[in-house]
Write a protein that binds this ligand. Sequence first.
Ligand code: PNS
Length: 157
Amino acid sequence: MAKAVFPGSFDPPTIGHLDVIARAAGAFEELIVAAGVNQSKNRLFSDAERVEMLTELVEPFANVRIATFDGLLVDFCTEQGASVIVKGLRTAADYDYELQMAHLNRRMTGVDTVFLPSAPEHGFISSSWVKEIAKLGGEVSSFVTASVHARLLAKHR
Ligand code: PNS
């Protein structure tokens, strides 16, 4: 079985991410959840905070570990000896965006991408919307774990 990388901004991680992690952990020998930098997004949480949140999230999974990367995802996969990238897909818009990256990543180093459809009940959850709703005082506790929720509240206190 292959070693896989599940990359993302995880700013913050949501229960949608947790679902993908749980399913990918069952499908691959080893899963590296890698917090990277999306150049087009502003971040709320630092690298250290994102690692802490993710470490708590993956605690139940023996074959999952956390890492950060700040360069190209394909270079990180090569360094780690991972042959597969895992991505969750919520919508057709996700598919269009992710398909282009999957083709580019495969062309660059041969690393393949496996898409997991998000659970239907999580299909509308995104870190960006969770951040905005929390910032404006809305209720986001059903979209993130209790620990992440506490951190979001602390950011906006
Ligand atoms: O959760 P996100 O914001 O959708 O995660 C995006 C991320 C960090 C996985 C993506 O931006 C990424 O892979 N960044 C690393 C830089 C890179 O490899 N860019 C070229 C992609 S073809």
